[in-house]
Design a protein around this ligand. Structure first.
Ligand code: MAN
Length: 354
């Protein structure tokens, strides 16, 4: 196997759909994806994205959506209906209206060793709620700011795809802070420290005509209202990150600046990881960027699955020089890998100063 900078866990995949029970009867867990990660009460926790749909009947395509008051409804179509477009396994188009093939919610799983995870007894799922989350909630980043944990995640509905914020201090009670960045926006990672008295967030708006799917930086004084948006990193024609880029988890403080692990994809939807180095005091200044991916879909469980050729991370742990990322592989299973932070920085120093 070709090599990258990642040391994949030999136990990979550490979680598969069959390890998780569905949220209700009649549903199957189709995919596990893109967990947020945090340490709490001496355990490692995942905020796991669980994507479900009803058991599929022959000749039919069915998928769930939520009503704004939280009830689940199932929509069903004849798979042979010519008005149905099923070319992307993630999305269904019917007469110009887009739906998702699965509905995602979030689950909390805990582990003593960072490898074997399970749901603690009595732990409650985080479900979509309200009219901005009727197609579910996805890809949660966790940032600890003081005593508050901030969950920034993707809110999906027929209104569009935006960034929601929920906060908690005890992982039992959650305050819904609403949509903090309107459509089309996702991949929002909050810095865990203030810089010059301001909070900062990386985020990824999409501009369909001029512009593209680029990483931006915003500032705030209260974590809810965001402004002074600046564009940090474009996708790069001809490179591994040619079609879209998006931030991973909270930026990491290093000796050289803020290190951000981000994903980049081609228009063929091959998702790899790279790094951005941002100035400490002026985080809108990009000091360096990966020319080559630090990790690419090489292992069989990354190359094949529900949606193959995908490595997507939005959760990690840092211990000294060790960065452990948890990631969704092929939009199907959960895996982990570790890196030396110094090696990542050296790969940037080797010729990619921006
Ligand atoms: C894209 C993919 C899917 C995701 C939707 C909505 O189609 O990233 O995994 O469900 O966007 O966010």
């Amino acid at each position: 196997m070709k090599k990258d900078l990642a040391e994949r866990f030999v136990q990979n995949p550490i979680l598969r759909p069959e390890d998780i029970r569905p949220s209700r009867e009649g549903m199957e867990v189709t995919c596990l994806l893109n967990p947020g990660v945090f340490r709490y009460q001496d355990k490692t926790w995942l905020v796991l994205r669980v994507a479900e749909r009803p058991y599929q009947q022959a000749g039919k395509t069915s998928f769930p959506i939520l009503s704004p008051d939280g009830r689940m409804e199932v929509l069903e179509f004849d798979s042979s209906d010519p008005r149905l477009d099923l070319t992307d396994p993630r999305v269904i188009s019917f007469e110009g209206q887009d739906y998702l093939t699965t509905l995602s919610h979030l689950r909390l799983l805990a582990s003593d060793d960072g490898i074997s995870f399970s749901e603690p007894d009595g732990s409650r799922a985080l479900m979509g709620s309200g009219e901005l989350e009727t197609y579910g909630i996805e890809d949660c980043r966790v940032s600890r700011i003081g005593e508050t944990w901030c969950l920034t995640y993707t809110q999906v509905s027929s209104n569009g795809v935006g960034v929601g914020l929920r906060t908690t201090r005890d992982w039992k009670h959650f305050e819904h802070q609403g949509m903090i960045l309107p459509p089309h926006n996702k991949d929002c990672a909050l810095f865990e420290e203030q810089i010059g008295g301001k909070y900062y967030a990386l985020h990824r708006p999409s501009s369909p005509e001029l512009g593209g799917n680029y990483i931006w930086l915003a500032e705030s004084t209260d974590l809810v209202h965001w402004g002074r948006h600046r564009c940090l990193a474009h996708s790069r024609e001809g490179c591994w990150d040619s079609a879209r880029v998006g931030a991973g988890a909270a930026p990491i403080r290093t000796s050289e600046g803020w290190l951000e692990i981000y994903h980049g994809a081609t228009k063929e939807n091959r998702y790899c990881l790279g790094a951005l180095l941002l100035d400490f005091d002026e985080p809108w200044r990009v000091l360096a960027r990966s020319e080559e991916p630090i990790m690419e879909p090489l292992a069989p469980y990354e190359r094949e699955g529900f949606f193959g050729q995908v490595i997507f991370t939005n959760g990690h742990l840092v211990e000294g020089d060790r960065l452990t990322i948890y990631y969704g592989a092929a939009d199907s299973v959960i895996c982990a890998a570790s890196f030396s932070i110094q090696n990542i920085l050296a790969s940037l120093n080797a010729g990619a100063r921006a």
